[in-house]
Design a protein around this ligand. Structure first.
Ligand code: MLT
Length: 274
């Protein structure tokens, strides 16, 4: 289905596997050329990539912004846990559906954890890697307790409470009201069962530090100068660990660089994909 803004929607059916239910995934695409897969953060959806989808990058890549199961237009299939490995297998199914042997993969935060899982399981399918506002390490004890507390919060007080708790950390202090409203809407549109399943998957994800030296594809790490969730040191550590990788710190942004500083983000991707 094509929408008036030139973004096309494609639906992909993924069969049930093990403990994971079958899922219907919706991918939002724009552009032409080799495929670039955009993996959103928690608890967001493809709308965090709208600036990228509408950018001149579309002249150089077929940009595919996936709604992970339970997010955006992809219905929640009822899984208790959304493991990063499950999301990665879904991403691989999307590449299959597009007939793409590989893709330039761009992952933000949770999307970065998924990109690591994809690169670990199917390295030949990741032509290059952009890791933005993410980290390689697993959750420590305190972070795991924080995930359990967030599960209780969303079950007791709903999605608005999650949005309220997260907004101040996702965006830089001087973020404009329209941007903040867009992010709030995305969070409040995410079903409670998705938020709970995501939080369990985030809590239990593996440490990917030992993967870093094995990553042979070109890799770029992008940090937000004021990101309190995944501070620049996390992205600098990723770049230090991956052979040949480099790190860029984007001024004036917090955790959502592609939305907060879209021109800088686009410039970095354009240079990296050159
Ligand atoms: C995200 O933006 O995906 C989350 O903040 C990731 C996390 O909480 O670890």
């Amino acid at each position: 289905m094509s929408t008036p803004n030139g973004i096309t929607r494609r639906t992909i059916e993924v069969p049930a596997q093990g403990a994971h239910a079958a899922a219907t995934l919706v991918a939002h695409t724009a552009g032409r050329g080799p495929l670039a897969l955009l993996l959103h953060g928690y608890p967001l959806d493809h709308r965090m990539w709208l600036e990228v989808l509408r950018s001149p990058l579309a002249a150089r890549r077929t940009l595919v912004a996936l709604d992970q199961r339970g997010h955006g237009h992809s219905p929640a299939p009822g899984d208790a846990v959304h493991s990063m490995e499950r999301f990665a297998a879904d991403a691989a199914a999307v590449l299959d559906a597009f007939g793409a042997a590989d893709a330039d993969v761009v992952g933000l935060s949770m999307g970065g954890y998924v990109a690591f899982a994809l690169a670990a399981a199917f390295p030949q399918r990741v032509r290059s890697l952009v890791l933005t506002n993410t980290r390689a390490g697993a959750d420590g004890e305190q972070a795991r307790a924080g995930r359990d507390a967030a599960i209780r919060t969303v079950l007791e007080h709903g999605r608005a409470a999650i949005a309220q708790a997260m907004l101040g950390k996702l965006l830089a202090k001087d973020a404009d009201a329209v941007l903040a409203a867009r992010v709030r809407t995305m969070i409040e549109d995410t079903p409670v069962e998705t938020i709970v399943a995501d939080l369990r998957g985030l809590r239990d994800r593996p440490d990917r530090t030992s993967l870093l030296p094995q990553l042979a594809m070109p890799t770029l790490a992008i940090a937000g100068e004021h990101d309190p969730i995944t501070p620049p040191a996390e992205l600098q550590a990723i770049a230090a660990g991956v052979p040949g990788a480099r790190c860029v710190v984007v001024p004036g942004a917090a955790h959502l660089v592609p939305m907060e500083q879209p021109a800088a983000f686009e410039r970095e991707l354009a240079a990296f994909w050159a």
